[in-house]
Design a protein around this ligand. Structure first.
Ligand code: FUB
Length: 445
């Protein structure tokens, strides 16, 4: 009873805090808009950033989390949606009704290991031959056996330069084990870090940057920011160094994912900024954010006050003359994605005036034609605009009725010759809701 009362008081407090933030002043643009995403776990593999996230359901009030999602980028501004990559149902020893909390993947010798916490039921691992899955549970039981399953969340794998792999995890304490080279078993005891760094809450993210070890984590509560500590060893002791992202009353929870990519460094986390655009009521419906971070000479990190409005600069371009998936975008409004097969995602729930923005499209010497694959029982139009939702229209593509929302057909239109680097805005027009579904598009010269 006491617990219930405390929970009610907490929820009331959160509603007051949350309601205090006007929705109109939200300018930040979380990187994923087609689903609510949290707990970002970026993995750099070859030339691509693979971003695994947990997934808050659209109707979540508290945590309602059934599966994990995958996104990828090669330019850090446009993200391609790969849909659900793993789910509670993949673990036959797990009650699959809730608890798909913060996941992280790592690659070793061409195999991909996804460490999955099922809250209250322990940490499992699943393995795939590609970063996209399919992931399979090789153990049929949890990876880590402890007497504190409730606290066994937020698994964080790390492989040191000498090949020794570690798995860190835990709330409110920080634990680790040494993983064996097979990555699905471990040697030695579970170690509880004797001295946690200042304000450690959960979400450990251990990594190495220019020879130094870092432990970043959800810090302070609540609101949570992202704190970090440094060490000369992967097992500590950890010396608190400050905040990567300041705790701010603009958000509540947070969860770090830090990488180096194409010569820059990035910190991922999450906020409630998309939810706040829609309602002042607090729900656990979070959205992943990301910004570039800068290291000082001594290895410390310059603190970010909050997620920036514009996000990082692009480190790559989109080639619009290749097949571009409709689910590749820098920003969108009103849309959802759906998976039609293991490797095929499409964009759906397209209503009048919804739009997609694709940044850094390099038209080079010019395009003359636009082609898109769509399916519809209604139809509508795509206005192709440049550099703004209300920017210059270079073409209008009519999408006809294909007789079935799964019957995909190609539609084409001429476009005004356009050269150089632009943001493309696909603005959808038609009669009301669910006009058509989109699979992919391309321009032709
Ligand atoms: O998303 C569920 C839990 O919330 C995560 O496991 C924690 O890190 C916190 O973000």
């Amino acid at each position: 009873m006491k617990k219930v009362k405390l929970l009610l008081i907490f929820c009331l407090f959160m509603m007051i805090v949350f309601n205090g933030n006007a929705q109109s002043d939200i300018k930040q643009k979380p990187i994923i808009q087609t689903s609510y995403t949290a707990d970002p776990a970026p993995l750099v593999y070859k030339d691509t950033v693979f971003l695994y996230t947990s997934h808050d359901e659209d109707d979540a009030t508290g945590f309602k989390m059934l599966n994990w999602l995958l996104y990828s980028s090669t330019d850090m501004v446009n993200w391609t949606d790969h849909g659900i990559v793993a789910s509670l149902k993949d673990f036959n020893w797990v009650k699959p009704d809730n608890g798909a909390w913060a996941v992280q993947a790592i690659e070793r010798n061409g195999k991909f290991y996804l460490y999955c916490p099922m809250h209250g039921q322990g940490i499992g691992v699943s393995v795939a031959d590609t970063p996209y899955g399919p992931f399979k549970d090789p153990l049929g039981k949890r990876l880590i056996e402890t007497d504190h399953l409730w606290n066994d969340i937020d698994p964080n794998p790390f492989i040191d330069d000498d090949g020794q792999a570690y798995l860190y995890w835990g709330n409110p304490d920080l634990y680790y084990v040494k993983l064996n080279p097979d990555m699905i078993s471990y040697s030695g005891e579970v170690v509880k870090e004797p001295v946690k760094p200042k304000n450690y809450q959960e979400g450990p993210w251990v990594y190495k940057h220019e020879g130094r070890y870092y432990l970043s984590y959800a810090s302070t509560c609540c609101p949570e920011g992202i704190g970090y500590a440094m060490s000369n060893s992967p097992t500590g002791p950890w010396e608190y160094k400050g905040m990567v992202v300041e705790a701010s009353d603009k958000t509540r929870g947070n969860h770090p994912g830090i990488i180096d990519y194409k010569g820059k460094s990035y910190c991922f986390g999450h906020s409630y900024d998309i939810l706040k655009r829609q309602t002042a009521t607090f729900y656990e419906r979070r959205s992943v954010d990301m910004d570039e971070i800068i290291y000082n000479e001594d290895g410390t990190i310059k603190t970010l006050p909050y997620w920036s409005v514009d996000g990082p600069e692009a480190v790559g371009k989109i080639n619009p003359f290749k097949r571009v998936e409709a689910e590749t975008m820098a920003w969108s409004e009103g849309l959802k994605s759906e998976k039609k097969s293991q490797n095929e995602v499409f964009i759906t729930k397209i209503d009048n005036n919804d739009f997609i923005e694709v940044k850094e499209a390099d038209f080079n010497k010019g395009a003359r034609k636009f082609e898109v694959t769509a399916a519809s029982i209604k139809g509508g139009k795509i206005e192709i605009r440049l550099d703004g939702q209300n920017g210059q229209i270079i073409g209008i593509c009519e999408i006809g009725n294909t007789g079935d929302v799964n019957n995909w057909k190609k539609f084409q239109c001429k476009v005004k010759k356009v050269k150089g680097l632009h943001s493309i805005f696909f603005v959808f027009k038609g009669d009301g809701a669910s006009l058509f579904n989109l699979d992919w598009w391309t321009f032709k010269s």
